[in-house]
Ligand binder design. Structure first.
Ligand code: PXP
Length: 247
């Protein structure tokens, strides 16, 4: 059974498009509320809720994260940059899980995952205190042996394999090559004792193939769920994705 983490960032993107200047991210006329999206997603069987609190606060705001912390019934997965400020925030928040993601240019690998191999000390400085606080840490990396080996070196229990290159190549000639990279990456991570998640660009079509990746435990999906929810409502969008993940 593959688990579904619902990423609600783009619900906040819609809200910010209209209410960026409002002095509160919830209440009054301010909508849509990502916390309500999260609650409906849980009702439809989401196994966890994911948010990325970006340095530029372009979608999710701090208050959203605290409201989620108090109101969701599943697991909160906080995506964040590997910085001292975000580390301090996560240690106050105590989410069930943290996924370290790149934000600035120098943190990004060629495909767009976190540069772990070239920044072992920096990543370790985030992973260790989080793990000591009982927070499960995942690293969002390319399906690249160098990064996978580095993830094992810094003792992160999870990796989230970046499926963006595969999703991008899906309708073109590079699809099989990208899928093979993901397969090999999942197998290599598993062989090193890492647990395997995946995310980015997963939709109702590519899920048919992606779900066959070996050792997959959880998928984090945002954009396609939020897009579908515009037409079907949140609960149907989430249930349909779960059916396709685990037919
Ligand atoms: N996983 C990670 C680490 C992400 O940063 C994101 C959002 O970019 C996702 C998964 C979800 O991607 P999408 O919105 O394309 O489903």
């Amino acid at each position: 059974m593959i688990l579904l983490g619902v990423n609600i960032d783009h619900c906040a993107t819609v809200r910010q498009a209209r209410y960026r200047a409002a002095n509160t991210p919830a209440g009054g006329a301010v909508e849509p509320d990502p916390v309500l999206f999260a609650q409906l997603a849980e009702r439809a069987g989401a196994d966890g809720i994911t948010v990325h609190l970006r340095e530029d606060r372009r979608h999710i705001q701090e208050r959203d994260v605290w409201r989620l912390r108090e109101s969701i019934a599943t697991r909160l997965n906080l995506e964040m940059a590997c910085t001292p400020e975000m580390l301090a925030f996560a240690l106050r928040l105590r989410p069930e899980a943290v996924c370290l993601v790149p934000e600035s240019r120098q943190e990004i690998t060629t495909e767009g995952g976190l540069e772990v191999a070239g920044a072992l000390d920096r990543v370790r400085a985030c992973v260790e205190p989080l793990a000591a606080a009982g927070i499960e840490v995942s690293l969002f990396i390319d399906p690249d042996e160098r990064q996978i080996t580095a993830a094992a070196k810094v003792a992160a229990p999870w990796v989230e394999l970046h499926t963006g290159a595969y999703a991008h190549a899906f309708h073109g000639p590079g699809r099989q090559r990208e899928f093979q990279r993901l397969r090999l990456g999942a197998a290599a991570a598993h062989a090193l004792g890492l647990r395997v998640n995946a995310g980015h660009g997963i939709n109702y079509v590519n899920i048919h193939e992606l779900r066959t990746l070996p050792h997959l435990q959880e998928l984090n999906i945002g954009h396609s769920l939020i897009s579908r929810a515009l037409f079907t409502g949140v609960e149907e969008a989430v249930s349909e994705m779960r059916r396709r993940m685990n037919p």
